[in-house]
Design a protein around this ligand. Structure first.
Ligand SMILES: Nc1ncnc2c1ncn2[C@@H]1O[C@H](COP(=O)(O)OP(=O)(O)OP(=O)(O)O)[C@@H](O)[C@H]1O
Ligand SMILES: [Mg+2]
Length: 302
C-alpha cells in the first residue's frame, strides 16, 4: 500500500512546476475521496478515516511524548482544502511539534495523520510527504545567498523534479512562466536578477515561500512568518498568504496577534498539546479559557 502511494507520488513530483499540477494533486488527494464516499457501504481498508469530502488534512488523537512529557496530547485538527488557518498558543504549546508530525520529522506515539482520505502520512518519509504536496517554511529563511532570486526559484523547481544534479537541465517555457508567476506573487519581480543575499529579511522570507510555490504544494505550513519583519513587510506577508489561500491550504503559526487578526478566518488555539478553542478571531478573543491561558502566561512573564 505505502509502496503504491510513494510510487504515485514520484509521478506527481515529475509534474511539478507545470500548470495544472495543483489541480491534478487535488484531484488525486481530495476528489478521489468522493469515489470512496460512494463506496461507503463496501468494506474499506483499515487505514480509511471518516472525514468530510472537503477535508485535506486530518489529525486525530495525536500524541507525541519526549521523555514522558506530552508535547502533543490527543490532538485533533482538521484543515479544509483551500483553507487559511491560523494556529496560535503560548510558547511550548506544541505548534512546531504539530508541524513536525505533519511533515514526518517526528513520529507520534499515537494517533492518525491523513492527507486526503487515503494518504496515511505516518507511512511516508519526509521526502515522500513533500512530494505528496506538503510544503513547509521554517522560521529562518534558507535561501542560497550567492545566487540570484530567479536562480533560487529555478533550483527549487529542479530539486522538486529530482534533477537537482543534472547540469543539462533547462527550464521549459511552462516552467519559466510558473517562475514569473511566483515572482509576481511574492512581489520580487523587479529583484529577479538581484543576489538573494542582498535582499531584506522580509524579502528572503517571501523568496523562501516562492521556492515552495514552484513545487506547487497543496498544503503550505508556515511557522512564524513575520518574526523580525518591518510593519510594511508584515502587511505584505498578510496579503501574500491571503492570496495563496484557495489555490493552496495554508496553515500559519504566529505569535503576532495584529498579523493574525489581519488574516484570520478560522483560528485554532493550542495549549499543552491540545486544542483549547477554535473559531473566528472574535470568538477566540472572547473565550474565557483562552483569556485565562494568555493572561496567565502574561502574569508568569512578569
Ligand atoms: N526534541 C524535543 N525533545 C524534548 N522536548 C521537546 C522537543 N521538541 C519540543 N519539545 C518540547 O515540547 C514542547 C512543545 O514544543 P514546541 O516547539 O512544539 O512548542 P511551540 O508551540 O512551537 O512553542 P513556540 O511558540 O515557543 O515556538 C515544549 O515544551 C518543548 O520544550
Ligand atoms: Mg514553535
Amino acid at each position: 500500500m505505502s509502496d503504491g502511494l510513494i510510487r504515485r507520488d514520484r509521478v506527481f513530483g515529475l509534474l511539478a512546476g507545470e500548470p495544472g499540477r495543483v489541480e491534478r494533486l487535488r484531484e488525486r488527494v481530495v476528489a478521489r475521496d468522493r469515489v470512496f464516499n460512494f463506496m461507503e457501504r463496501f468494506p474499506l481498508p483499515d487505514t480509511e478515516v471518516v472525514m468530510d469530502a472537503g477535508t485535506l488534512l486530518y489529525l486525530e488523537g495525536v500524541t507525541v511524548s519526549f521523555d514522558g512529557f506530552k508535547a502533543l496530547n490527543d490532538l485533533n485538527l482538521y484543515i479544509d482544502d483551500g483553507e487559511l488557518r491560523c494556529i496560535i498558543g503560548p510558547n511550548g504549546a506544541g505548534k512546531t511539534t504539530m508541524m513536525d508530525v505533519i511533515t514526518g520529522k517526528t513520529r507520534p506515539d499515537q494517533g492518525k495523520v491523513f492527507f486526503g482520505r487515503n494518504t496515511n502520512l505516518l507511512t511516508l518519509d519526509e521526502a515522500a510527504i513533500a512530494a505528496a504536496g506538503i510544503g513547509r517554511k521554517f522560521q529562518q529563511p534558507t535561501v542560497f545567498e550567492n545566487l540570484s532570486v530567479f536562480h533560487n526559484l529555478e533550483l527549487s523547481m529542479a530539486a522538486d523534479k529530482g534533477i537537482w544534479s543534472s547540469l543539462t537541465w533547462q527550464l521549459n517555457g511552462l516552467q519559466r512562466d510558473r517562475i514569473d508567476e511566483v515572482l509576481e506573487l511574492i512581489g520580487l519581480d523587479t529583484q529577479r536578477h538581484q543576489r538573494a543575499g542582498a535582499l531584506s529579511h522580509g524579502q528572503k522570507q517571501w523568496l523562501e515561500i516562492g521556492m515552495l510555490l514552484t513545487q506547487n504544494p497543496l498544503l503550505l505550513l508556515v511557522d512564524e512568518p513575520v518574526a523580525g519583519m518591518t510593519e510594511h513587510e508584515v502587511e505584505q506577508t498578510a496579503e501574500l498568504l491571503v492570496a495563496l489561500a484557495g489555490q493552496h491550504s495554508v496553515v500559519v503559526v504566529e505569535h503576532d496577534m495584529a498579523f493574525v487578526r489581519s488574516i484570520a478566518r478560522r483560528v485554532t488555539v493550542l495549549h499543552e498539546g491540545h486544542v483549547l478553542a477554535e473559531g473566528s478571531m472574535e470568538q477566540i478573543q472572547n473565550n474565557p479559557k483562552v483569556i485565562e491561558v494568555y493572561l496567565g502566561a502574561a502574569d508568569a512573564d512578569g
